[in-house]
Design a protein around this ligand. Structure first.
Ligand code: ZN
Length: 182
């Protein structure tokens, strides 16, 4: 299957990563296409894991120091979360939606909060994420409504950092979006 066919199939999450330098004549530089993968080297990865690996592999490209390098990427589903956040609808906590110890939401928050250091240099980032729909996996013991609320709360937590914007088709019923006319 080609990348285009794979994306069309909607089988899993993918991300296109772009870097927008603040200066120079090049406006947007594509850094790579990331898919969720299962490989011998890296095990099961979500698209965001691959995005982070692309960023880490390209650190020397970016501006150093306090300047926040602006990265844009698209995701088919909003990032999973390993944090059980308070339920705004009254009492208790929302479920976690990640099978990983550290969810993609938490990894992305860490990226913009702590940046990266390599070779004695530090790099800072801000992210623009374009997302087709909220992540709604089946979570044992949780209703789909609670899972949806958890994914929405994860999006809100990323936006609350002040360095992540999330836009696009984040809507209540991502499965319904597939047949809409754009
Ligand atoms: Zn994830």
């Amino acid at each position: 299957m080609s990348s285009d066919e794979w994306i069309e199939s909607g089988m899993s999450t993918f991300a296109n990563v772009y870097w927008e330098p603040e200066s120079g004549t090049e406006s947007i530089i594509p850094l790579g296409l990331a898919k969720s993968t299962k490989s011998v080297t890296h095990g099961a990865e979500h698209a965001e894991d691959v995005v982070l690996r692309i960023i880490d592999d390209n650190l020397s490209l970016f501006a150093e120091g306090g300047h926040r390098n602006h990265l844009t990427f698209t995701l088919t589903k909003s990032p999973c979360t390993s944090t059980a956040r308070p339920n705004p609808a009254g009492g208790g906590t929302l479920p976690t939606t990640s099978s990983k110890t550290v969810g993609c939401t938490e990894e992305l928050i860490d990226l913009v909060t702590n940046g990266r250091t390599a070779g004695g240099k530090s790099y800072s980032f801000r992210l623009s994420i374009i997302c087709r729909g909220l992540y709604t996996p089946s979570v044992a013991g949780a209703t789909q409504g609670a899972v949806l609320a958890a994914s929405k709360a994860a999006v809100d937590a990323m936006v609350a950092t002040g360095h992540i914007t999330i836009s696009g088709d984040v809507r209540a019923a991502p499965s319904a979006a597939r047949f809409e006319v754009e």
